[in-house]
Each structure stands twice: as structure tokens, then as C-alpha cells.
Design a protein around this ligand. Sequence first.
Ligand code: NAI
Length: 398
Amino acid sequence: MLEFKQNIRGNVALGVNPLGCRQEVLNEIDYVKNKGTFAGPKKVLIIGASSSYGLATRISLAFGAGADTIGVSFEKGPKNERNLGTAGWYNNIAFREAAEKEGLIAKNFVQDAFSHESKQEVIAYIKNEFGGKVDLVVYSLASGRRTDPDTGETYTSAIKSLGEPVVGPNINMQNHAFYTETLEPATAEEIAGTVKVMGGEDWQLWMEALKEADVLADGVLTTNYSYLGTELNRPYYGGGTLGLAKADCDEKAKTINGLLADINGKAHIVVATAVTTKASSVIPFFPVYCIGLYKVMTEKGTHETPIMHIDRIYRDMVYGENAEYDEAGRLRPDSWELDSDTQAKTKALIQQLNKENFNTDMAAYDLLYKEFSILSGFMVDNYVEQDVTIEELKALEY
Ligand code: NAI
């Protein structure tokens, strides 16, 4: 019998419980089903579909709106008893099995979304086996590296401040430690690399390739998840390298809107709320902001996990009547996080946190840790331990 161990290095999860991942996918499907159905897209391509926001999007649209989906992600399967692969690998499989049971198409591409080849393979599949067109393209990719498909050069992103160093508290979930971190400002190369990896260039390349191949339906929408945050995280997020990458996405949205005009398409930047994900757990200082914010939002009844937030975005906003846009035309479901009372209370709370009290009822460290664990299939609600062998895991096909 395989033993699943939660192995954390810094704020990176190395261990995985494949059966816990499956249960979490089922929990998220139940969440959506309990909300009932809504009129939404029918043919959806999700780039970055295997975890957190991308996976939640896929679940909401498949089980809420009855959409057939194509998911592109970069994940690893099991090799041996010590290397079971990544959580997203098992999420893809659990999603596909559940969707197929309902008669939905759920095709997984597990490969580098940044390459031209991946785009062409997805396009060929849309043409030959997916009915020829998609009506929604969701870009939910988060990566530390990107190889430019034209030059072959590999760029690395760096989550850093601009100009000045930032000193502040951070949390290490491996040993439950609260400590002071100094973040040095980014070099010019790190700035350029972060924009190249996390900016909108690849989103635009996808939309150009899809348009060129004539696989976008009339009225097609495309969404890209952004984060703006507040003064509490501006020094290392909005005002840092990631902020520049997100601003680049805003620019690319304008270009994509021009590209889609003749087919009545639209690009939406969706400014999403702060949630616990693989990508956000490694943002310096962010865990401290999250445990303050989550505490306040839980008390107000506004705290959301990715599935809650994403389902609200599509059900109530993109395909519903309650969309809130800002002056730049971005969709703003993050208004609950940005609520002035929420921010004032979060600020007051995180100013009081220290290594003695961060892990008490004062803040929401327990919740952050639970949400982080769930991403790898641990601490999952309704999970029942079962026997599984490495051979059985290896036999699972995505
Ligand atoms: P995540 O790390 O949970 O998911 C990233 C996805 O990208 C995974 O499916 C992964 O397999 C895929 N991926 C990475 N490299 C790939 C590659 N080369 N080829 C194909 N797939 C690849 O990330 P998360 O947090 O869900 O982020 C998604 C988007 O949401 C990002 O743009 C992020 O900035 C944005 N966002 C996140 C917030 C947060 O608090 N986590 C808040 C607001 C926006």
C-alpha cells in the first residue's frame, strides 16, 4: 500500500495524495452542482487548466454550464513510489473521468503551452474532434519560466520589488515559522524576464494562432486572470515585477480586442481575488497578507476559495447580470477583497502579527495551511483513505 506524505520545502509542496486530489475535484464539482446550472459557453479552451483558478474555471463551466472543455497544462505523472508526480496530473484525470460520466468532452493536453507546436496541436483537435470552434478561451497560466518559441531563449520570472528593497514578515509553511524577509529590488533583466513569462505575450500568440486558424466562434470571449491588490501588498506585487507583467496583459487585451473585433469577440481582464495557490504561496510576504485578509473576510462571510470565486465570476458576472467593471474596462470580482472596511481591518490585524501569535485564532494561518494542503490532496474534506498501488496510479491515463 502506498503511503502519501505531505512533503513541503519552503512554501512548495513536493508530496501528493492522488486520491485526495480526486476527492477535492469531486468536492468542487459538488459545490458547482449545488448552485444549479447557468447559461454559459459550450466549447471552452482553458490554458493552465490543472489547478486552482484554471481548474475551478473548468469545473464551473463544465458542471454549471454543460461545457465541453480542452485543458492545457504542464504536469508530471508518477514514476515510482517515491516520485508520484504532481497534483495537477491527478486533477486532470479526476476531472476528465467525472466530466465524461456526464457525457461531456474533456480533453487534456499535457505539454508546454508556450510552444507553437502545442498551439497547433490544440487547433487541429478543435478542428477535427471538437466541433471546429471554441466560444471561450481562458488564459490561467502561472509559470516561473518560459521559452520563447521563436528564439528558443528561456526567460525566468522573479517576484521582486522595483527600485527599493522591501523588508517585512513572511511565513514558512514547512516549519510553521514567521520571519523577517528582505526582498532585493529586481535587476533590469529580472524585470524583462518576468514580463516575458507572466505578461500577455503568450496569451496574444494563442489568440492570433486561434484566429488565424478560424477556430474562434463569432462573439468569442477570452479571459485572463489578473491581480491588482492594495497598498498592503503594492511594494512587492502591484508596484513590483508582477505588477508590470499584469500591466502588460492589460495592453495585450487591447491588441486582442482589435484582433477579435471583426468576429465580435472580446478580451476580458478579470481582476481576481487573493487565493491560496501553488503560484501565490511563493510570493514573498503574501502569506502574511492572506492570513490577515482571510481572517477578516471569514468573519464577514466574504472569504472565497478558487471554486467559489470563479463560479461567481462566470455565473454572476461574465454570463450573468452582475458584472462590475472598472474605468479601464476590467472585470472586478475582487471588490470584496478591496472593500475599505476589509482592508482597514486587515491592515490593523497584520500590523499586530508576530511569531508568537500568527498561528493563533487572531489570524487565519490554519485556514491558509489547510487550503495549501488541499492543493496537494491533503486535509481534503470527505476524504476516505483507500489502498492504491503504484501500478494502478501509473495505469491512469490523462
Ligand atoms: P497555479 O500555479 O495554480 O496554476 C497554473 C497553471 O498553469 C497550472 O495548470 C499549470 O500546469 C499551468 N502551467 C504552468 N506552466 C505551463 C506551461 N509551460 N504549459 C502549460 N501549462 C502550464 O496558478 P494560479 O494561482 O491559479 O494562477 C493562474 C492565474 O491567476 C495567474 O495569471 C495568476 O497571476 C492569476 N491570479 C492568481 C491569484 C492568486 O491569488 N493565486 C489572484 C489573482 C490572479
